[in-house]
Ligand binder design. Structure first.
Ligand code: FES
Length: 124
């Protein structure tokens, strides 16, 4: 099967590539778009710094739920964190480090430097 045209948005920019249908997204991003670096979201950095991830099984769900939580409550209380992460089960961390990570990410995302970077990305 030949290449197909794919239109998508990455890092706020519209992109078009011709790629084989079974190409891995990672390969398209690295080889065709030239995105070879990694940039962690403040939530990912906070989870790593606080030890909020151990085996990593629960981490993607925790991070997505936590990011959505911070959209509603930028500086959440423990009860709001508990409710926001409900349904995501962690068998490793005991939750305290996850709560710490969510609070740290909330503070980082309220910082002037994060807000400035977010505005720059949205207009580029
Ligand atoms: Fe292992 Fe959460 S880090 S289940």
């Amino acid at each position: 099967m030949g290449k197909v045209r794919i239109d998508f948005r990455v890092n706020g920019s519209e992109r078009t590539v011709d790629a084989y249908p079974m190409a891995r997204l990672l390969d398209v991003l690295r080889e065709q778009i030239g995105l070879t670096g990694t940039r962690l979201h403040p939530m990912q950095e906070a989870f790593a710094a606080a030890g909020g991830a151990q085996c990593g099984i629960c981490t993607p769900g925790m991070i997505l739920a936590a990011c959505q939580l911070l959209e509603r409550f930028p500086r959440p209380t423990d009860d709001q964190i508990r409710e926001g992460l409900a349904g995501n089960l962690c068998r490793c961390t005991g939750y305290q480090k996850i709560f710490d990570a969510v609070r740290e990410a909330g503070e980082a995302m309220q910082s002037d430097s994060f807000r400035a970077a977010t505005v720059r990305e949205s207009v580029s």
